[in-house]
Design a protein around this ligand. Structure first.
Ligand SMILES: Cc1cc2nc3c(=O)[nH]c(=O)nc-3n(C[C@H](O)[C@H](O)[C@H](O)COP(=O)(O)OP(=O)(O)OC[C@H]3O[C@@H](n4cnc5c(N)ncnc54)[C@H](O)[C@@H]3O)c2cc1C
Length: 425
């Protein structure tokens, strides 16, 4: 079987590895100079170091990702907490964390951790119990129900909403609860709340280029996969529904089967579906990388911040085990509504960092602000497009109840596409 995969992001690379393991001849066409897609890094010229376009957070429930990382010998580049510890900061309450004790069974540990959160108490514990009960026995959320509506239906305590639901919703779904799909949010909570292992957080201990993309590309090339970069696919045709023909910036190519692993709106352009389909809605993420001469550490490598502009602060130096002689912090603005200009955003997150650390003069000697406009595609109840037999759709278009746009969903799509093709052959 001769297969061409369009797109060398995580979905395309996963599909390529699994298909090549199954004996297929695989080529990947990638328009960028390097593989990696949204999980790529770039070489920052001022510091001569790899920097992630967006630092990524993992949860223990990412089973497919974990397996893939093991298979490509990249598991050593992920640090896992021993149990859930969600560090949070708020101006009035300072640092605190939702951390579960491994000595107790997970549900009990979660209730106790909730009880111990400052300004919480029995009402938050009862709300957490309500969530657990709803996940296990509740009726499934209607396709269009939002997280806010779900929270209202469960009468959750306002403090739990503010300290738990909102940061998790932004982190996992890149959306505010007002618009995020409840069924998909529940799918994440359900998977994460299974036990201590699934609930913990993880992060990469090296830039994604070294921790994820190089191991994937090395594995792919060992299996004979050809990754052709600088090659933009502009148009795809099928020949009698049985063969694929791709028009690319480097000429025409033919194959038995095409796997589409590009963002969905690009899929619709290159397959000529734009008339028949509505654009898949997407959300931006802004990452503000800041480098400081002062050596300091945040209380944890990843911090959620409440009632602030920067919603998550990644202490990249700490994540990368302090191998630099400066401090690298990245502030994340999920679902950035882009109401403010760059200078305002930078000042806002520097001000928040100063408050967090008590270092009043803190000023970065260098910064880099990156807004990824289509960072994640929203959960959307639209019908999926039916393609001819020689084309497999592995693009990010989560349906209600499915995992939202995450690296886990990307790996699962790559795995599913390869299984589908290997079963047919
Ligand atoms: C800033 C940011 C932060 C994120 N944080 C997290 C996180 O913390 N945790 C998490 O789980 N997920 C996170 N995500 C989401 C996650 O990165 C994505 O869901 C996932 O990487 C999507 O992978 P993909 O392979 O499907 O798509 P992509 O990574 O977009 O790959 C598609 C590839 O196709 C290529 N391509 C596009 N058009 C063409 C063409 N015409 N011809 C050839 N090639 C083409 C692109 O260059 C790209 O390499 C984040 C995303 C961003 C942007």
């Amino acid at each position: 079987m001769d297969i061409i995969i369009v797109g060398a992001g995580l979905t395309g690379l996963t599909a390529a590895i699994r298909l090549a393991e199954g004996g297929a001849r695989v080529r990947i066409l990638e328009m960028a100079p390097l593989a990696g897609g949204r999980t790529r890094s770039f070489l920052e010229p001022t510091l001569n170091t790899w920097v992630d376009h967006g630092p990524h957070l993992l949860i223990g429930a990412y089973e497919a990702t974990n397996k893939l990382l093991n298979d490509v010998h990249a598991a050593e580049y992920v640090h896992w907490q021993s149990a859930l510890n969600l560090p949070l900061w708020e101006k009035d309450r300072g640092f605190f964390s939702l951390s579960t004790s491994q000595r107790l069974p997970f549900p009990l540990a979660l209730m106790l951790a909730t009880y111990r959160l400052p300004s919480h108490g029995i009402s938050s514990v009862l709300s957490m119990l309500g969530i657990a009960k709803d996940l296990q026995f509740g009726k499934s959320a209607a396709n269009a129900e939002t997280v806010s509506q779900w929270v209202e239906r469960l009468h959750l305590a306002p403090m739990l909403y503010q300290d738990f639901i909102e940061p998790l919703c932004l982190g996992a779904m890149n959306e505010l609860p007002e618009s995020a799909n409840a069924a998909s949010f529940k799918a994440v909570l359900d998977a994460a709340f299974a036990n201590h292992q699934t609930a913990r957080l993880g992060w990469f201990t090296r830039p994604l280029q070294q921790a994820l993309i190089e191991p994937l590309c090395n594995k792919a090339s060992l299996l004979g996969v050809e990754i052709i970069t600088h090659c933009r696919v502009t148009h795809i045709q099928t020949e009698a529904g049985r063969h694929g023909k791709l028009i690319t910036s480097s000429g025409e190519l033919r194959c038995d089967t095409i796997v589409l692993a590009v963002p969905p709106n690009i899929r619709d352009q290159i397959t000529g579906q734009t008339q028949a389909t509505k654009p898949v809605p997407h959300r931006p993420i802004t990452n503000i990388h800041m480098w400081f001469k002062e050596k300091f550490q945040l209380p944890a490598p990843i911090m959620g911040a409440l009632a602030t502009y920067g919603q998550w602060f990644f202490d990249v130096s700490q994540q990368h085990q302090n191998q630099y002689d400066y401090t690298h912090i990245c502030a994340i603005i999920s679902a950035d509504n882009e109401q403010h200009d760059k200078a305002w955003k930078l000042n806002a997150v520097i001000g928040e960092l100063r408050q967090m650390t008590g270092m009043k003069e803190l000023t970065p000697f260098h910064h880099r602000m990156i807004t990824v406009k289509a960072a994640t595609h929203q959960v959307n109840p639209a019908d999926k497009i039916e393609f001819e037999a020689c084309m497999v759709d592995a693009c990010e278009q989560p349906l209600p109840g499915e995992f939202p746009a995450t690296i886990e969903a990307a790996v699962m799509r790559g795995e599913a596409a390869s299984k589908q093709l290997l079963t047919i052959s």
